[in-house]
Unconditional design. Structure first.
Length: 443
């Protein structure tokens, strides 16, 4: 394939060398003359394992050209990969000035070219940038129509500095965000041979995945380091602790707990987080990330409360009260927190939870609910149909298969359903559906 690469930093230079190695004709474009000169003479502009030899080899092989001339690069290639920097601006926003300049130049190149062109954005971009900013900019600069005369898509880059050639050849996955099929087919030809899964999604989701991956990596590092600081204070070996933590592949290093849903609660996580924070305080150890978990969890409860209040309705039926399915434990249940708030706001509240039978609640569990909702007995109904029949809004906080199918049968078109748990039967539910952080239709 004939490929132009805009931006010859870590991502662009490694991509240029690897694509040329794989027998593609590559034109590199940059505004930095020093980088262009280095590549022209077979040298690498970035320090990366394997790049010295690879660059020398591919440049000597005659498959690499470099230029400042964006128009020429677009004219003489079928596809442009855009890898320019997107650093932080002083206020934390993304500085897209290089990206905007390149998009405009590529647009002008497309306008001056006969035949189709595909633009693949590989730089990290805040969600919405490709569809709302870059595609319109290219269309305006070229006078051509996106999706017909040219195609745009977003393919996040996952290579890491220090191991970039190895990561290029073995990425965790290939993700292509596109709203038309031709760029996906093109990228399958270019990267489909790599030993990883190839996922096709919307442009916006692909942009967001890149942020989620980086944020998750940062979170993991910070978790290990905060744990190490507590371990140090306690005289415990942090490596041993983290190795054992990571050896649990059921709950820890696993997709478990990584699904969007409602807040956590129960008799363990909140109290243990609090105890960890207190322990750290006793030893003068700062744990800003762990200390932020409970406030973040509370923000999620507040988000659910705001959704219910925004309906403007007064009769609320809650499906679920305990902190998770299959238990009657009400201690620190985030559904109890939601119910309490509804009561404080003077709502007419009814509750159904198949597992919660007040006469069976004992000890700390009984004390907890008596402290928080003393008249809970008058709000609980043993038949879900009674709660549905009497409510304008249904808040679904727990959904066994039985509850999900009963809701599909019982909910009326005039009712609002606020789904905190990603109901499997939501397509069959009459009424206005609102997911806590998602819509009824999934991409
Ligand atoms: N560095 C990484 O490990 C890595 C990994 C994955 C994704 N990313 C993302 O990839 C993008 C590029 O990162 P990088 O580390 O390679 O950046 P970099 O700063 O090393 O390189 C960017 C290059 O773009 C060039 N450039 C600037 N304006 C230009 C223009 N108008 N025309 C042509 N070239 C221009 C610069 O001269 C520079 O050579 C960023 O969005 C980054 O977030 C980086």
């Amino acid at each position: 394939m004939k490929i132009s690469i805009f931006g010859l930093g870590y991502v662009g230079a490694v991509s240029l060398a690897c694509l040329a190695r794989d027998d593609h004709d590559v034109i590199g474009v940059d505004v930095d003359d020093a980088k262009l000169e280095l590549i022209r003479s077979g040298k690498t502009p970035v320090v990366e394992e394997g790049m010295v030899d690879l660059m020398q080899r591919v440049v000597a092989g005659g498959r690499v050209r470099v230029t400042r001339d964006a128009r020429m690069a677009v004219r003489e290639s079928d596809v442009s990969l855009v890898c320019v920097g997107t650093p932080s601006a002083s206020n934390g926003s993304q500085d897209q000035s290089a990206m905007l300049a390149v998009a405009r130049q590529i647009g002008e190149g497309i306008g001056a070219k006969n035949g189709p062109h595909t633009v693949v954005f590989r730089s990290t971009l805040v969600p919405g940038t490709v569809e709302e900013v870059l595609a319109p900019l290219i269309a305006e600069a070229s006078g051509r129509v996106a999706g017909r005369d040219f195609h745009v898509c977003f393919q996040p880059e996952f290579l890491r500095e220090g191991s970039s050639i190895r990561d290029y050849d073995k990425p965790p996955f290939t993700i292509v965000g596109a709203s038309t099929q031709p760029p996906v087919d093109l990228l399958r030809k270019l990267f489909g041979h790599l030993p990883c899964e190839f996922h096709q999604t919307s442009v916006r989701a692909a942009e967001m995945v890149k942020y989620s991956c980086n944020n998750f990596h940062a979170l993991k590092i910070t978790f290990a380091n905060e744990t190490a600081r507590v371990c140090e204070a306690l005289g415990v070996d942090p490596f041993e602790v983290m190795e054992l933590v990571c050896s649990d592949r059921q709950l820890n290093i696993a997709p478990t707990y990584l699904k969007p849903g409602y807040a956590f609660g129960g008799s363990c996580l909140p109290k243990d987080l609090r105890a960890t924070a207190y322990l750290a305080k006793m030893h003068d150890v700062e744990l800003p990330m762990m200390a932020a978990i409970l406030p973040s969890n509370r923000a999620h409860v507040d988000h659910a409360i705001a959704k219910v209040l925004a309906t403007g309705k007064r009769s609320v039926g809650m499906i679920g009260l305990s902190f998770k399915p299959g238990t009657d434990d009400l201690r620190e249940s985030p559904l109890v927190a939601l119910a309490e708030h509804m009561i404080c706001k003077g709502m007419n509240l009814l509750v159904y939870d198949a597992e919660v039978h007040l006469s069976n609640l004992l000890g700390a569990n009984r004390r907890f609910i008596e402290q928080h909702i003393p008249h809970i007995g008058s709000l609980i109904r043993s038949d879900i149909a009674d709660v549905v029949a009497a409510s304008e809004v249904l808040v679904v906080g727990l959904a066994t298969p039985m509850v999900a199918s009963r809701l599909a049968e019982l909910v009326r078109p005039d009712q609002v359903v606020i789904d905190l748990v990603n109901l499997p039967t939501r397509d069959r539910i009459a009424g206005t559906y609102e997911g806590l952080c998602w819509s009824r239709e999934r991409a």
